[in-house]
Design a protein around this ligand. Structure first.
Ligand code: SF4
Length: 323
């Protein structure tokens, strides 16, 4: 158990000054420590359950798979590897994991952190060193966003590495909130009802990409990263601005969840429960050829009525979807 830092403000001779003290965990009352341990244990169980559920629902892992786990040094990919390692011990099928990090040669990238972490874990790993940073800096005029070219280069390199390693699946650390944010970004800016799938075939048609954290809330990953003390590598080394639109949509989702707990799980559930006849895409539903059947249906559109939804105060209790 690590030492804890405690911050505060002290008043001395009428002047306020910030103080930081190191405090041993034994200062915490035993009951408080037990409560934290219980909460952490519950969190671990929840993460394993949700990852297991997503793997099962989408048949993400099969006997004999070699899964390339893409590790960026951020909280999500650390957590993905951590949970997959736990699950492998009790999985009914046999599969291998190989962690892969792409060192893009960004200035200040602490290249020792991931190898040291992975060696300590005893996980097979590969660090691919490719100076995409210089290429991107060279090609993109100063002040323009570099992310699109950078991700394209990264994608191509990772597909090649997957081939070289003989990986049958590529695992990415996107979580529930990433999937929902993408859904809204596509609606707001792309004019498409299109999210981020838990499993897909890569754009080159050769690789199976899986997202084992598809059901996991970001806030659980933030907490798990604290619990496990992952050696997080900052993602701002390239100096590029984070995607502002994605950031704003992320804040919007957080705010909704704060006001209406359960809303994000409900939205994820909605992504799994699409009703093409109640949207407006003529390629998914034959609106032109519709004819009255003469048979009543409870699922049918009442046409003249507004649908009833629970009052906001009742929303969480009524609508939280248990995943
Ligand atoms: S933030 Fe930096 S490293 Fe990430 S995709 Fe954009 S340019 Fe590449």
């Amino acid at each position: 158990m690590p030492w804890r830092r405690q911050g505060g403000v002290e008043c001395e001779n009428g002047r306020m000054s910030a103080v930081w003290t190191e405090q041993e965990p034994s200062f915490l009352p035993a009951t408080a420590e037990r409560k934290i341990e219980r909460e952490n244990h519950k969190l671990e169980k929840r993460l394993c359950r949700l990852v297991g559920q997503a793997i099962g629902d989408y048949n993400m892992v099969e006997e004999g798979d070699k899964i390339m786990v893409c590790l960026s040094g951020g909280k999500d990919s650390y957590a993905m590897l951590d949970i997959l390692l736990k699950m492998r011990q009790r999985a009914p099928v046999d599969f291998q994991l190989v962690a892969v990090n792409l060192d893009q040669k960004q200035p200040g990238f602490p290249e020792h952190i991931l190898p040291e972490y992975l060696k300590a874990l005893g996980v097979p790993f590969h660090i691919e060193e490719q100076d995409t940073y210089s290429i991107v800096k060279d090609k993109i005029p100063a002040g323009k966003t570099m992310c699109s070219l950078c991700s394209r280069l990264r994608r191509g390199i990772l597909y090649r590495v997957a081939d070289e390693l003989g990986a049958t699946k590529i695992a990415l650390g996107h979580h529930r909130d990433d999937m929902l944010a993408t859904l809204f970004l596509n609606m707001f800016f792309g004019g498409k009802l299109k999210g981020m799938p838990p499993k897909l075939v890569s754009d080159d048609g050769k690789h199976m990409v899986i997202r084992p954290l598809a059901y996991v809330a970001e806030k659980d990953l933030v907490r798990w990263a604290e619990v496990r003390e992952f050696p997080i590598i900052p993602c701002t080394l390239c100096g590029s601005q984070e995607n502002l639109q994605r950031k704003q949509v992320g804040l919007m989702l957080k705010e909704w969840e704060r006001k209406f707990p359960g809303r994000l799980d409900n939205m994820l559930h909605a992504m799994q429960n699409v009703v093409p006849s109640h949207l407006a895409d003529g390629t998914l539903h034959d609106f032109k050829g519709l004819t009255a059947t003469g048979v009543a249906s409870d699922d049918g559109d009442k046409a003249f009525d507004h649908e009833d939804f629970p009052a906001p105060g009742l929303l969480p209790a009524l609508q939280v979807i248990k995943l």
